[in-house]
Design a protein around this ligand. Structure first.
Ligand SMILES: Nc1nc2c(ncn2[C@@H]2O[C@H](COP(=O)(O)OP(=O)(O)O)[C@@H](O)[C@H]2O)c(=O)[nH]1
Ligand SMILES: [Mg+2]
Length: 700
């Protein structure tokens, strides 16, 4: 493959709700550009970017997929991102590598939950974007209806630069509103179009839309605005750079129609990206810090800029080893270069650098600033790391990750599985930053945590496929907490006389509840040295440790204040350990009186279903202790918002599918903690006791 200069590179992320056709569209674009000899189809498991077995089997993208198309003078690097809410952290982390985004919206379903979320991601990364109203070939597809919803949802800067010719089964091309020409696509799926006059039946609609576009382009540009007032229009040779500028400044978001599956609109999208989307150069200098947590520095991409690269994805391939996907942020990266990892201080050799076409890698001699590539076998580098020329340190920001929402206990099926488990999991953790692995301190179970049930299931399935490690997924763990509802006061005394000198610690504390989310507060109210200053932190430590172990059912105690107000000590026998034990004892004595209770996480849930299902869904939510917060129509569906305890939502995905014949979807986010109703709390406490947690007696 040719080496491309920075100004001829386009890095485009395809983003949007799941099932809008991002993965299919990438395969269609590659076929239209002549990059692949076979027209890959998601439904046949032959798409270019969903090649992973888990993705093929499940039918959705799990991690970002890379592909590139050479189109005229430019090379377009496509980043095919997941749209499924549980894998959106992958999407967000990869946007660092993009310089623009194509937001796909379903031509029937219109704006969906992840449409809004991925729009916000792109905006947060200051990415210029265009919207593709995709799947125009479907029954009930409507460009106009979806466009209306888009302008309502995202404002008037969302403007069509193309109109569909035909709709549903007769969708066959574009009217290009910039050049005012038609592109009529061959019906054979080749993605090739013929240039033609605008069909007479849409001539006047197109003329109006052209004017609206011209006005929007002129609006933020004084020179064009003058021209527009003087002549009533802007000639195409000025309109094109004007549109480029407006997109770059995110003053305007162009909208176009397409159908990935029938390969209509694809060549036009390739042109749109090449003509109007910015090169990495146009986006300006890159910004980082001179070291982790250091001063901000800007870096030019070109000139004599030293090389730097940012790793945005890591794949743990059981055969090829670790593969790192990176963007060259500045300078030129040559094959066999030795770079320093500025986050870890390690030196790494970039041998056999390559560009990526789905699962294939094409070796290249060098990659210039802005380009995207992959390299295998870096020793210490992980996702989020910056590497570069030793003489010119820079560190680019790492993505912010959400906290895992759910934990499952996993159990190795055999002794052999247990032996291999930890090393296999650790390689998977390198690949997926949100996955967590730990051991439950009480039950000694292995815990695997992730964004949701399917996320953990994918990890378990990969363990088996890639590493031959079989585990059973046991019941999910809810991160309960404990708290108190009443004030209490108690003494904790640790006194022991053994052989030589004894142990002596004694404290008196008051305990009181704090507001939800306040955590733990410790107040030292000792006057006159009843406890010497140097032992007071020991009392606090004893309380903190005991609170972490829980009182009722082994869950951490939160949202309370302890005031230490009195105590006594012994000149010889007092020690830190004795005061720690005294603190723990006082804590437990207080807990007994302070009306302890369990807290559970309550989730904000948004469910989108066809309207006729909303009654069933709400009834079902009531059965799950849900509180309905509201209901609103959104592009042909009903969105139901509710707050529901996480414990009641564990099997929701499959239940929703069966309740709605697969037509419902939902998202879920942590909202707050609330008290678990008594009968349910009793069961949780009983289960915890039988699993090994007992109110520990500190008597030795
Ligand atoms: N009719 C029709 N179906 C499509 C089109 N694009 C994708 N699909 C189907 O929609 C489903 C989801 O496609 P996919 O590309 O995986 O969506 P993604 O989740 O956005 O990547 C698959 O069954 C595709 O065959 C299209 O343009 N027209
Ligand atoms: Mg996909």
């Amino acid at each position: 493959m040719k080496i491309y200069d920075t100004e001829n590179i386009r890095n485009v992320a395809l983003i949007g709700h799941a099932d809008t056709g991002k993965t299919q569209l990438v395969s269609s674009l590659l076929y239209a550009a002549g990059m692949v000899s076979r027209f890959g189809k998601v439904d046949e498991g032959t798409s270019v970017t969903d090649f992973d077995e888990e993705e093929i089997e499940r039918g959705f993208s799990i991690s970002v997929g890379l592909a590139c198309a050479e189109w005229g003078k430019v090379k377009i690097n496509w980043l095919d991102t997941p749209g499924f809410n549980l894998f959106l952290h992958e999407t967000e982390a990869s946007l660092v590598a993009a310089d623009a985004a194509l937001l796909l919206v379903h031509a029937v379903a219109g704006i969906e939950v992840q449409t809004e979320k991925t729009w916000a991601f792109a905006s947060a990364h200051r990415l210029p974007k265009a919207v593709v109203i995709n799947q125009m070939d479907r029954d009930r597809a409507s460009f106009e209806r979806v466009l209306e919803a888009l302008t309502r949802g995202f404002g008037r800067s969302v403007v069509p630069v193309a109109l569909p010719i035909g709709e549903e089964r007769s969708f066959r091309g574009w009217v290009d509103l910039v050049r005012m020409r038609a592109a009529l696509y061959e019906p054979n799926g080749s993605g090739k179009a013929k240039d033609a006059e605008i069909p007479s039946e849409i001539e006047s609609t197109a003329a109006q839309a052209h004017e609206a576009l011209v006005e929007m382009v002129a609006e933020g540009n004084n020179k064009l605005l003058e021209e527009f007032f003087d002549r009533g229009t802007i000639p195409v040779e000025d309109l094109i750079p004007g549109l480029q500028q407006a997109i770059l400044e995110q003053r305007l978001t162009p909208v176009v129609p397409a159908s990935g599956l029938t390969n209509i609109g694809t060549e036009s999208i390739l042109n749109l990206v090449a003509d109007y989307f910015p090169s990495p150069l146009a986006r300006g200098d890159v910004e980082g810090k001179d070291r982790e947590g250091g001063q901000k520095v800007a870096r030019k991409l070109l000139g004599d800029a030293p090389v730097s690269a940012y790793v945005f994805k890591t794949v743990a391939d059981p055969f090829a080893g670790r593969v790192s996907y990176f963007k060259v942020m500045s300078g030129v990266l040559r094959n066999e270069a030795n770079l320093v990892n500025f986050n870890r201080g390690a030196s790494e050799r970039f041998s056999h650098i390559a560009v990526v076409q789905g699962k294939t890698q094409i070796p290249v001699a060098e990659l210039r600033a802005g380009d995207i590539g992959a390299v295998a076998k870096l020793k210490e580098t992980l996702t989020g790391d910056t590497l570069g020329d030793k003489a010119a340190p820079i560190v680019y920001p790492k993505p912010k990750l959400p906290e895992p929402a759910i934990s499952f206990a996993i159990e190795p099926k055999s002794r052999g599985d247990e032996d291999k488990l930890s090393s296999a999991i650790h390689r998977m953790l390198e690949e997926d930053l949100l996955l967590r692995f730990a051991r439950d301190p009480q039950t000694k179970e292995f815990l695997l945590s992730g964004s949701g049930q399917q996320h953990v299931e994918v990890a378990v399935s990969r363990l088996k496929r890639r590493y031959g490690v079989e585990v059973t997924l046991k019941s999910p763990k809810i991160p309960y907490r404990e708290t108190v509802r009443a004030k209490a006061e108690a003494q904790g005394k640790h006194k022991k006389q053994t052989g030589g000198h004894g142990q002596y610690g004694d404290c008196k504390i008051r305990m009181e509840p704090l507001a939800r989310g306040a955590g733990f507060e410790f107040v030292n109210d000792i006057f006159g040295g009843a406890i010497p200053k140097n032992f007071i932190p020991a009392v606090e430590k004893g309380i903190v440790d005991a609170a972490a172990k829980g009182y009722l059912a082994g869950y951490p105690v939160a949202d309370f204040r302890v005031t230490l107000y009195d105590g006594s000590y012994h000149d010889v026998d007092s020690s830190e350990i004795a005061f720690k034990l005294a603190g723990a004892k006082a804590f437990k004595a207080c807990m007994e009186q302070a009306k302890p209770c369990l807290l559970e996480p309550i989730m904000d849930v948004e469910i989108t279903v066809p309207e006729n299902y909303s009654g069933d869904i709400m009834g079902n939510l009531n059965g799950r202790r849900g509180r309905i917060q509201g209901m609103e129509p959104r592009s042909g569906s009903t969105v139901i918002k509710a707050q529901v305890p996480l414990a009641e939502m564990l099997a929701y995905a499959s239940d929703l599918t069966s309740m709605t014949q697969g037509r419902g979807s939902y998202t879920m986010e942590f909202s707050h903690y609330d008290v678990v109703p008594q009968p349910i709390a009793d069961k949780i406490v009983a289960a915890a006791r039988s699993a090994g947690h007992a109110k520990e007696e500190e008597e030795e």
